[in-house]
Design a protein around this ligand. Structure first.
Ligand code: HBI
Ligand code: FE
Length: 289
């Protein structure tokens, strides 16, 4: 992640010790607010029938009294009332321990900038649209809200085991790129998918990626890609299951076992896998990828 432009070693000038900064809602330009509205309209139109029920219900907390980038003073009143979570502004990616500490205390750090028109469909670093549109609706769900707290606490603990890379894969394949099995079919809930125009179609409809039943150890062994659509998605049976598995599992023995087990290459399917869709991988193997 070292080449992201907003990564710092210590809080930049003007930031607090916990890396938060004032949102300065009034400082966003009309163009920046219009970019939010454009992205919001495009994504919310495509998500019915694709996004998880919890996400669609949570979208209501983002419908504030004025258009544009949400003013956290108003957003946080609604989010706090729903689950006790709040959004805090940060300059960009923050160190892992700082990130986990915020999550463990029901604070979601959101980048305080918005993509430019040139970055409409791809940017390397989470902006306010990804962080707020992508993450906040799920944080309004009580079960997912508790999962994120459990993840933050587990993240802090993982640092002591030198197991950050393994735990980061759990975040990646659930919070960022998770799919859920609902009565009507597969749905997306990962923020990296729901905030992406292309991936919200690809993740559900494209024949290329594998879609595998969620297995905690399997996920923690699996590489992922940060530069393009995923080659694997993991499907949870319910948010309750995800919370339960995270809270009830003692990760210490798993980390010990993971040290002995090889990582799994990105698109490999193993004999024990619960294969929902065996991907063709044609997208990943196509020209220039
Ligand atoms: N910082 N702002 C921000 N957003 C993230 O998603 C984030 C971060 N720092 C570290 C981090 N994520 C990783 O540790 C997690 O993906 C596990
Ligand atoms: Fe994210």
């Amino acid at each position: 992640m070292a080449d992201f432009q907003h990564v710092y070693d210590s809080p930049p000038k003007g930031a607090n010790a916990d890396w938060t900064i004032p949102q300065k809602w009034d400082a966003f330009s009309a163009d920046e607010h219009a970019m939010w509205d454009r992205l919001f309209a495009r994504q919310s139109a495509m998500l019915p029938g694709r996004a998880a029920d919890a996400f669609l219900r949570g979208l209501d907390v983002l419908k504030l009294s004025k258009p544009g980038i949400p003013d956290y003073r108003e957003l946080n009143q609604r989010l706090m009332a729903a689950t006790g979570w709040q959004v805090v502004a940060v300059p960009g990616l923050v160190p892992d321990d700082v990130f986990f500490d915020h999550l463990a205390n029901r604070r979601f750090p959101a980048g305080n900038f918005i993509r430019t028109p040139q970055q409409l469909d791809y940017l390397q670093e989470p902006d306010v649209f990804h962080d707020v549109f992508g993450h906040v609706p799920m944080l309004a769900d009580p079960v997912f809200a508790d999962y994120m707290v459990a993840y933050g606490k587990g993240g802090l603990r993982s640092l002591g085991f030198g197991a950050l890379d393994h735990l980061a894969r759990l975040y990646w394949y659930t919070v960022e790129f998770g799919l859920i099995q609902e009565p009507q079919g597969l749905r997306i809930y990962g923020a990296g998918i729901v905030s992406s125009y292309g991936e919200s179609v690809f993740a559900l409809d494209d024949p290329s990626p594998n879609r595998l039943g969620f297995d905690l150890m399997r996920v923690m062994r699996t590489h992922y890609r940060i530069d393009d659509f995923q080659q694997n998605y993991f499907v949870i049976p319910s948010l309750d299951y995800l919370l339960r598995v995270t809270v009830e599992t003692d990760f210490a023995p798993l980390y010990a076992e993971l040290e002995k087990l090889p990582d799994i290459r990105i698109a490999d399917i193993l004999p024990g896998d619960d294969v929902i869709t065996r991907g063709t991988q044609e997208y990943a193997e196509g020209a220039g990828r």
